[in-house]
Design a protein around this ligand. Structure first.
Ligand SMILES: [Fe+2]
Length: 371
């Protein structure tokens, strides 16, 4: 049943008085309901004087240190805008892209790790793809993106998903399986040679032997080329078999929402590391709440970002339209010289446990928070 608004109820009461011949005490001049205030734009909430000092530092990359000399920095760091679980929230997507456009000189790429659609495959509109810049966003699939008819049927094929969600992939600069004649599969990698990083995008929803073999060879190739690897996908890689970083505000105390796993991919990364490969971290979504920690029994760090949709289910933060908490995404920069990941939160920075998420710096080699 549809819930009647308080305002609608008042108008109905006024109309009843008139029917009974008693004039309403003060008939409302405007019969149309008041429009819900939109509040502040994302740029008003995140103005350059607040954001630029952080982005300018995130953009700096240390180059090979010389003993007994101060470090030398270059201004070409890999900086990703990472968001997840937008769930067909076109209004919030416009805000994310407005931020990305405004600060484009400080961002290398934007990455969306799954749940582009709302509840199901059909709960999605071309309006999303029409949002300026969205076609250029690197994407991975989430569980809701492949529920074709209802939430029990994960039946959208890779080819169907590729056609629907990966429109514009030619502009992403990624390498797909099949190379110049792509196979229509929903996983890929992208190299950032100046920064020494390979970003891998996995398809958790159609994970099969072929994708596992592709991941193993993609990791081997990165190791041969001396590239550190960041993996991105929808699911947290190991579900609840993880340990949070001590006192890390980006690791929620709401452990219930950890779910999903990619055990074979975790083993592939483990073998890559044992062979001498450099692994940075897993960037994921799905949980709708922030998590940050290490996979039990492995030397692997993961950072899960909460939902970018203005929506509180599973999210551990109060979300208020028009206030800072309406938005939720991270800016992530990776410094392979210092072995640092630096994270800046845009949007919801407080949660119900009063954990305050603003910035953090992690030594990914030691897997501990350093700032
Ligand atoms: Fe989701």
């Amino acid at each position: 049943m549809k819930r009647r608004s308080f305002l609608a109820g008042s108008l109905l009461a006024a109309a009843s008085c008139e029917t009974l011949g008693t004039p309403p005490p003060s008939a409302p001049a405007a019969a149309t309901p008041a429009k819900k205030p939109e509040g502040k734009s994302i740029l008003e909430l995140n103005p350059p004087e607040t954001i630029l000092p952080v982005l300018q530092n995130m953009q700096m990359r240390a180059i090979k240190p010389v003993p007994h000399k101060p470090p030398v920095y270059q201004q070409d760091q890999l900086v990703l805008l990472h968001f997840a679980d937008i769930h067909n929230d076109v209004k919030n997507l416009r805000r994310v892209m407005e931020f990305a456009r405004h600060y484009k000189n400080y961002l290398t790429d934007a990455l969306l790790t799954g749940d582009i659609a709302g509840g199901t495959w059909n709960d999605w509109t071309d309006e999303m793809m029409a949002v300026p810049g969205f076609k250029d966003v690197l994407k991975t699939l989430g569980n809701h993106d492949i529920y074709k008819w209802n939430k029990t049927q994960r039946d959208a094929t890779p080819r169907e998903c590729h056609d629907k969600y990966f429109a514009g992939i030619e502009s992403w600069g990624v390498v797909e399986p099949g190379g110049t004649n792509p196979d229509g599969l929903c996983y890929w990698y992208k190299d950032y040679p100046k920064c020494g990083v390979r970003l891998v995008g996995l398809d958790c929803m159609h994970y099969d032997d072929a994708q596992q073999a592709w991941l193993v060879s993609t990791l081997d190739d990165a190791r041969a080329k001396g590239l550190a690897v960041v993996t991105s996908q929808h699911y947290p890689p190991a579900g609840k078999a993880v340990t949070g970083l001590p006192n890390c505000p980006f690791d929620s105390l709401q452990r219930e929402s950890l779910g999903g796993a990619l055990p074979r991919a975790v083993e592939a990364v483990d073998a890559f590391q044992k062979a001498g490969g450099e692994f940075v971290c897993w960037l994921g979504g799905h949980t709708h709440t922030d998590f940050c920690g290490t996979i039990d029994g492995k030397q692997q760090l993961f950072i899960n970002v909460g939902t970018a949709k203005n929506f509180e289910l599973w999210c551990d933060s109060r979300r208020v339209t028009g206030e800072k908490s309406q938005d939720l995404f991270n800016i992530v920069s990776i410094d392979t010289c210092r072995k640092h990941i630096r994270v800046l939160r845009i949007g919801a920075e407080w949660n119900r446990y009063l954990q305050h998420r603003v910035t953090m710096c992690i030594d990914y080699a030691a897997r501990r928070q350093v700032g």
